[in-house]
Design a protein around this ligand. Structure first.
Ligand SMILES: Cc1ncc(COP(=O)(O)O)c(C=O)c1O
Ligand SMILES: [Zn+2]
Length: 402
């Protein structure tokens, strides 16, 4: 490993990157890798590079194990001129993270986490998840032949359980307070030599930096005004903001976009703390939203996301389930089928434009974090139509309706 430190986001205490540390032993806030101060994008053939090869200067590894990669990252940035016109803004781009190997952004952080785990000599990995992180960690663990432990909620639906089970990890349904499992898993990990790649551990945050790096390259380093990220634990948005900060440090961009934290009103602890002017988040009782993937009532990086967004100058927004479903349909009209959580940024953009926060002259990037096929139950909320027709009447029928 290069000579870089892990630094506490709360009190600046330093920790070694050659040992497994997730959170500060003084103030319990999440740790973050020291910012890259200089670096450049590697040249090379994009078709056979991994994200780690391309952005190696921005990571602490002296050598990269390419075997770990499943081809994560390098996802499309899709512009929708029609939608920008309808919303009344200059440009809107969708970073389509459903193109990742297990159909969500989680694969970036999992690839980085496994890279670090193997460097430290771990042969056991794990995670706590009800959604996208579980299949991601299970897939990478399976590829590398690691002993993989996945803790899920007891009442998880088969639609979510089976796409984890197919990779054959140690899949454990936990009967008990799921909210306590994040911290419990870190303890179990320490006792059993399991590297838990949970939602906001430092190397998962490092993986999300590559979303920002790619956006910079895809926009030819001409920065948008806003980047809008659906936020739950806070790991992904922290990584995206850090990525822009590091490219600015290195002179690759001259402005950091304003970051917008997008939450669902059924579970919006960061929004509530931000609106109240609080420095710390409070737990939400009885969270409930159609955007299940962002339903964390007590996000482990919540306080740090508050500090980050205040420094960055962006804002926090919360949208109702009806706005989310409507945005999911609008996103699909633009050709992209995201899961409800991934429609939260678009719902937020529409709301912020109506409120006058986002202006006509603004360019906005929306992060579509995961695939709509992950949660097909949400399709019941849409008024979807199809027609039935006899084969011999088909020709006439098409003539009529076309
Ligand atoms: C589809 C989707 N969007 C957004 C998020 C939120 O990311 P984070 O928990 O890092 O804030 C998640 C997290 O599980 C997710 O699965
Ligand atoms: Zn600390």
């Amino acid at each position: 490993m290069k000579n870089v430190k892990l630094i506490c986001t709360g009190c600046d205490k330093e920790f070694s990157v050659n040992e497994l540390h997730y959170r500060c032993d003084e103030c319990n806030e999440p740790l973050e890798l020291e910012e890259a101060k200089d670096g450049k994008i590697s040249k090379g053939n994009l078709l056979n590079q991994t994200i780690l090869d391309r952005y190696v200067d921005f990571f602490p590894f002296l050598d990269i194990n390419d075997e770990i990669s499943l081809g994560e990252g390098f996802t499309s940035l899709v512009e929708s001129k029609k939608l920008a016109e309808n919303i009344g803004i200059k440009n809107i781009y969708f970073k389509n993270e459903s193109q990742n190997p297990t159909w969500s952004f989680k694969d970036r952080g999992t690839a980085l986490g496994v890279q670090h785990a193997l460097k430290l000599g771990y042969r056991k990995i794990g995670t706590v998840s009800t959604g996208n992180m579980a299949p991601s960690v299970a897939a990478y663990g399976s590829k590398m032949g690691l002993d993989t432990f996945i803790f899920v909620k007891n009442n998880i639906a088969p639609e979510k359980l089976n796409p984890i089970g197919i990779y054959n990890p140690n899949l454990i349904k936990i009967d008990g307070d799921y909210g306590k499992l994040y911290y419990e898993s870190l303890k179990i990990g320490r006792e059993n030599d399991i590297y838990f790649i949970n939602s906001d551990v430092p190397f998962r945050v490092e993986g999300s930096k590559t979303i920002a790096f790619e956006i910079c390259e895809q926009l030819d380093f001409d920065m948008p005004d806003y980047v809008v990220v659906p936020t739950s634990a806070g790991g992904n948005i922290r990584g995206i903001e850090k990525g822009f900060r590091e490219f600015k440090n290195c002179g690759l961009i001259d402005k950091i976009p304003k970051i917008i934290v997008a939450q669902a009103s059924g579970c919006d602890p960061i929004y509530r703390a931000y609106s109240n002017g609080d420095e710390r988040i409070s737990r939400i009782d009885n969270p409930h939203t159609i955007a299940h993937a962002i339903e964390n009532p007590f996000p482990p990086s919540g306080n740090q996301v508050l500090r980050m967004v205040r420094n960055n100058g962006g804002t926090v927004v919360s949208v109702a389930d009806e706005e989310i479903i409507r945005a999911q349909a609008i996103l699909a009209q633009g050709g992209i089928f995201g899961q409800p959580a991934s429609a939260v940024p678009l719902a937020s953009i529409i709301k912020l434009k109506n409120d006058g926060y986002i202006k006509e002259s603004d360019s906005v990037v929306s992060i579509v974090t995961g695939s709509g096929l992950k949660y097909t139950a949400a399709l019941d909320k849409h008024d979807l139509t199809s027609y039935t027709c006899k084969l011999e009447e088909l020709s006439e029928y098409i003539r009529e309706i076309s």
